[in-house]
Ligand binder design. Structure first.
Ligand SMILES: [Zn+2]
Ligand SMILES: [Zn+2]
Length: 310
């Protein structure tokens, strides 16, 4: 099923009269709405006298540029669905980020991002970075993408990594959106994306839809959401020493789930506290919570790919 799609019918567990609907294991992204939703949410979050309002507004412009690329680039070559089935049968994510043979179309997305952003009134460092990206060779850009996907980029490339990551998000989200949710299976490593094998950006606990109270993790690269049982650490899968922490006086909709078995944390968003939470925007807007929890000794489960700058 697509994210935000109509609830499924006819998927009953137990007695239909008793009425427990099984959550969809995988929700594929809709490239037509994914980045627009994040941009809209960032505009709201950047407006509320947020201490990082300028930066959030820029990230909102970046999301808008991603939306333009995701919705106006020519259609991509169709994926060979029999290869998808083979990967899934072998329990390998079909769009494995480090093994997938990238189509050069992703660079068209990068060029469109740079074009779109150039038309905005951007902060000076972003303008300089955009101009610098344009001077780089195709080989150089592909090396950056490989380095980003393998996690081997040097700190010097953190700025370039922002635009490369944003373009790869568009590319992988469009690919994921062209698959069929029921052709995918959750991986044995439940904390990783069943579509591309990447780590999630955050988790969201639903308050509406067919199965309220369900936790979905959202992929940091391809935007696929997958079901992950609650009260189990998404990093080490232990359940004994989890707790929730929030910023005093901050939004109760965004909490850090800390695990004392592996000393990591991941952010969880509660739709019951705020129906408008967005897994991508609210993660960026709650850096204060990251700082608080990191200073208290827990390490983030995985970085947000748009934040490799640190
Ligand atoms: Zn993914
Ligand atoms: Zn853990």
């Amino acid at each position: 099923m697509k994210q935000g799609g109509a609830p499924p019918t006819g998927k009953w567990v137990g007695s239909p009269q008793g009425g427990v609907t099984a959550p969809d294991p995988v929700l594929l992204p809709d490239p037509a709405t994914r980045f627009a939703a994040t941009a809209a949410r960032l505009r709201v979050l950047a407006d509320k006298q947020h201490p990082m309002a300028t930066w959030l507004a820029f990230m909102g412009q970046l999301s808008e540029a991603q939306h333009r690329a995701a919705t106006t680039l020519p259609p991509m070559a169709a994926i060979d669905l029999s290869l998808v089935d083979q990967s899934v049968a072998a329990r390998i994510p079909p769009l494995a980020a480090d093994g997938h043979h990238r189509n050069s179309a992703w660079r068209d997305g990068l060029a469109m991002l740079l074009d779109t952003l150039e038309a905005h009134d951007l902060p000076e460092p972003a303008v300089a970075l955009g101009a610098h990206m344009r001077t780089r060779s195709t080989n150089d850009i592909e090396d950056l993408a490989d380095g980003f996907l393998r996690g081997t980029l040097s700190v010097n490339e953190a700025g370039a990594a922002l635009y490369v990551a944003a373009a790869l998000q568009v590319y992988f989200t469009r690919l994921a959106g062209s698959l069929k949710a029921d052709s995918l299976r959750l991986l044995p490593q439940r904390g990783l994306c069943p579509c591309c094998g990447s780590t999630p950006v955050s988790g969201l606990i639903t308050a509406s839809g067919a199965t309220p109270g369900t936790r979905y993790l959202y992929c940091s690269l391809c935007s696929t959401a997958w079901n992950h049982v609650r009260a189990v650490c998404i990093t080490c899968e232990s359940s004994g020493k989890l707790s929730l922490k929030g910023v005093e006086g901050g939004s109760s909709a965004v909490q850090a789930e800390t695990c004392d078995d592996c000393q990591t944390y991941a952010k969880m968003l509660y739709q019951s506290k705020d129906t408008k939470v967005d897994p991508f925007a609210d993660d960026l807007a709650s850096l204060g919570l990251d700082i608080m929890v990191s200073e208290a000794g827990w390490a983030r489960h995985a970085p947000n790919p748009l934040l490799l700058v640190g």
